[in-house]
Design a protein around this ligand. Structure first.
Ligand code: PLP
Length: 420
């Protein structure tokens, strides 16, 4: 499917007069419409709720938009909990799905009365000691082995550090029940960025069968099944996007076949999607500032891997549109690079694009999740601003760009660095 930016060259030219590139821009309308499609797809389940994975796009203004659409939040660190608290999330609005959890993070999660998802059986006693056992508690399951959809191997849970074995999960539930827990959840995350309508239904089948078995073994009430994240987006134009309506129906079929006959039709379905919720609705906008002709053709841009790490880290593909040249022929082969002293600082390698001139704006697609969030400060580079394109077409700055003073803020060294 042809990738079309949600902003035009004219819009970006006007925005860049006020907010210099590089910057992230998010599409409020796209975000809201997508949440509504998700909720509609799971409306058959009374307790359905999406807990947005905060780590994907940790910005309180984005969290507020999602909150207005009825979402909760999935946190996995102290600062994510604090940001969620600041947005007014509390109690059952928060899922705390962490691993290798420090005691003070459990304390914070308990203070907010969040749902806690335990990654390991040893965390039962750890949580009891540091913060006490809540009435509602969730455990994370790892089936081991490889996870397949049909003949395709999607991921390797047996190699993943997350979750408990079935025996451990049953033992943990028994123990938690003795300690006073009353309602239980089961969580699992088996494959990341799946572009397949079969992932959630297959995972749901596994977890629903497990829930029935666990209930029979322990007698606990299973209040919810948390399908976690992993529903992906097509980064390349040749892939078809997931159809969330089809996914919702696929999960429903499993629910009706497995949960309802077991008398567990009241259980809620939770999701913790990140990428699917925000990925397509955020772009990184950067300007071409140099061109270089050596053994290859290079376009140098004012963003670099600190702004978007996925290409450097995973070799990930991010589609690029040269704004204003949407319909021009892609007859030039470029490496599009940032300025880090690292040769993997390339947003595209041997990419066919329209001829790029200095001053052109490039829109790097599908950066709305795990984009800004993975930013860092290598080479003393600064994080960019984040902007929200509102439904009425206006633009709000939802995070200012870092300044050198931010970069130096943790030193107590000399006035030159303090007063800049
Ligand atoms: C990262 C993560 C998510 C979100 O994953 P996406 O691939 O962005 O959907 C959800 N739950 C947990 C526990 C995670 O670690």
């Amino acid at each position: 499917m042809k990738k079309i930016p949600f902003v035009t060259k004219e819009q970006i030219t006007a925005i860049a007069e006020k907010y210099p590139t590089p910057f992230y821009i998010y599409d409020e309308k796209g975000i809201r419409e997508n949440v509504r499609r998700l909720k509609k797809a799971f409306a058959w389940n009374k307790g359905f709720r999406e807990y947005f994975a905060v780590k994907a796009t940790p910005n309180p203004f984005i969290l507020k938009v999602l909150q207005e659409e009825g979402c909760g939040v999935d946190c996995s660190s102290l600062t994510e909990l604090m940001m969620s608290q600041a947005c007014g999330f509390h109690g059952s609005d928060i899922m705390f799905s962490s691993n290798v959890t420090p005691a003070r993070e459990y304390k914070k999660a308990r203070e907010l009365d969040a749902f806690i998802n335990l990654d390991d059986i040893t965390h039962v006693d750890f949580l009891e000691e540091c913060a006490g056992i809540p009435e509602t508690i969730c455990c994370r399951y790892n089936p081991g082995g490889v996870f397949q959809l049909g003949t395709d191997i999607m991921d390797n849970p047996g190699d993943a550090k997350y979750g408990m074995t079935k025996e451990q999960l049953i033992q943990a539930f028994r123990r938690l029940k003795e300690m006073g827990a009353k309602r239980f959840g089961i969580h699992s995350f088996l494959a990341s960025n799946t572009v397949s309508n079969d992932y959630y239904p297959t995972l749901a089948g596994i977890l629903f069968r497990l829930a029935v078995e666990v209930k029979e073994a322990t007698g606990v009430e299973i209040a919810f099944i948390n399908l976690s994240g992993g529903v992906g987006i097509p980064y390349t134009p040749d892939k078809e996007p997931n159809d969330i309506a089809v996914i919702g129906e696929g999960v429903r079929k499993q629910f009706e076949e497995i949960m309802e006959p077991a008398g567990m039709g009241d259980a809620a379905i939770f999701t913790e999607l990140g990428r699917f919720m925000l990925g397509p609705y955020g772009g990184l906008v950067t300007q071409a500032i140099h061109e270089k002709h050596t053994y290859k053709e290079y376009i140098g841009v004012d963003a670099c891997a600190v702004n978007l790490m996925r290409p450097a880290m995973y070799g990930a593909y991010h589609h690029i549109t040269v704004l204003g040249k949407e319909d021009a022929p892609c007859d030039h082969k470029y490496d599009v690079t940032g300025s880090l002293c690292e040769n993997n600082d390339k947003f595209a390698i041997d990419r066919m694009l329209p001829e790029i001139e200095k001053g052109d704006y490039l829109f790097i697609h599908d950066a709305g999740a795990h984009g800004f969030a993975m930013g860092y400060n290598y080479n003393g580079k600064l994080r960019s601003a984040e902007l929200l394109l509102k439904e009425d077409g206006s633009v709000e700055m939802i995070r200012r760009a870092e300044t050198p003073a931010d970069y130096f803020a943790t030193f107590d060294f000399c006035d030159i660095l303090k007063n800049c």
